[in-house]
Design a protein around this ligand. Structure first.
Ligand SMILES: *Cc1c(COP(=O)(O)O)cnc(C)c1O
Length: 379
């Protein structure tokens, strides 16, 4: 069978242990067996998110979790703030518009994210905003904010902090209760190393009060239904049974490995990729103070046609990376180091980048990126 190494920031590589779990015959969800799984996976996710409040599982991709947050946290006409520093930040604004919220959109140049001071400034101007929506790891640019410092600003205000952690969960640290984050949205197919199918929404006590008070029209993504069902260790509709069962195992794997240790390892792999890119004359797109642990966007000169390089790596060599989205289309290559990706996957990916760059006429010393990465990985 041809190699199919996923080094994309979603869906990400699924480890063999989890493929085996996913291949098992289905069980029914209204059974004590599934209830046990639901109980365990909810508790495990609470540990990963650092909360003792509710975590709901939806049968959806990550955007479903984001839609649930928007639909439940505010009412039509409510003022909210959406923050954009990449393609996924734009999604918050689109969702707010779809739900007829009165959104103030803060646009920040791509490559960095919002700073705590900028959060302070926008909240001073819009202290009546019900919520501020932002992105923890902006997957389109690989930039990530100092979420703890941002939460320190928002927690003493009336404004709820809603975070898209679809690609960040498991990879970047997050401590909802300790930091004061109100809503966290995620999905099964990035740092949690599974196929797509489960959307995850965690809500603080403040967010629960807001969703109970919201007058928005909702049905499938009505989190009041999820809350009621969860109290009986149940889901309102048929859950993505197989993926929930595998999610329980992936969460156990992450916790058994030690979440902090894993997150340090992702950071080390990130640093290895930054060094590797520089060693072959390429630039990392995100500004140094904002680089994520989970993926790296590398600027590739347009003359070398990064889109074509991604295609050759995938179709000829069986190694899948991502190109750019939106304004970065045809300008970057994104390589993931989240979830189940390890240093040997990365070195394989880097050697493939070297091969296609060499063939495209880029001048550098063969092996330079591998040497630079190995130096970091073995430090
Ligand atoms: C992947 C991703 C999403 C959700 O995308 P889906 O295709 O709906 O799963 C949202 N935000 C970020 C930052 C992501 O990386």
């Amino acid at each position: 069978m041809k190699r199919n190494l996923l080094l994309t920031p979603g869906p990400s590589k699924v480890p063999v242990e989890l493929c085996e779990v996913l291949g098992k015959p289905i069980i029914h969800h209204r059974t004590p067996q599934f209830q046990q799984v639901l109980k365990e996976v909810t508790e495990g996710l609470k540990t990963i998110m650092g909360t003792s409040s509710d975590v709901y599982l939806l049968a959806s991709s990550g955007t479903g979790a984001m839609e649930a947050a928007v639909a439940n946290i505010a009412s039509p006409g409510d003022k909210v703030i959406t923050v954009e520093y990449g393609k996924f930040g734009e999604r918050w604004a689109s969702l707010a518009k779809a739900y007829k919220l009165n959104a103030v959109t803060l646009k920040i140049e791509w490559g960095r994210t919002i700073t705590p001071d900028e959060v302070k400034a926008v909240l001073a101007q819009h202290s009546d905003a019900k919520a501020i929506f932002l992105t923890q790891c902006e997957t389109s640019t690989s930039a990530t904010p100092d979420l703890q410092a941002i939460a320190a600003v928002t927690r003493s205000t009336q404004t709820a902090l809603v975070v898209d952690a679809v690609s960040a969960l498991g990879t970047e640290p997050i401590k909802m209760d300790e930091w004061g984050v109100d809503v966290v949205c995620s999905g099964s197919h990035k740092g949690l190393m599974l196929p797509p199918g489960v959307g995850i929404v965690a809500v603080s006590a403040k967010a629960i009060a807001m969703m109970e008070a919201s007058s928005n029209v909702r049905f499938y993504f009505d989190l009041r239904k999820s809350r009621k069902a969860l109290a009986d260790i149940d889901t309102p509709f048929t859950p993505a049974i197989g993926i929930v069962i595998a999610l329980n195992e992936s969460v156990k794997m992450l916790l058994a490995a030690g979440l902090e240790k894993k997150q340090e390892y992702y950071l080390k792999m990130a640093k290895a990729v930054w060094a590797a890119a520089e060693a072959i004359g390429l630039k990392v797109y995100a500004q140094p103070a904002f680089r994520s642990r989970g993926l790296t966007a590398i600027l590739v000169p347009e003359a070398l046609n990064p889109k074509k390089l991604v295609k050759i790596m995938r179709d000829t060599h069986g190694i899948t990376m991502a190109g750019g989205q939106g304004d970065l289309d045809g300008k970057i290559i994104r390589i993931a180091h989240m979830g189940a990706v390890d240093e040997y996957d990365l070195l394989t990916g880097l050697s493939c980048i070297e091969k296609v760059l060499k063939e495209a006429g880029h001048k550098f010393e063969l092996g330079a990126s591998l040497a630079a990465a190995q130096k970091v990985l073995n430090s």
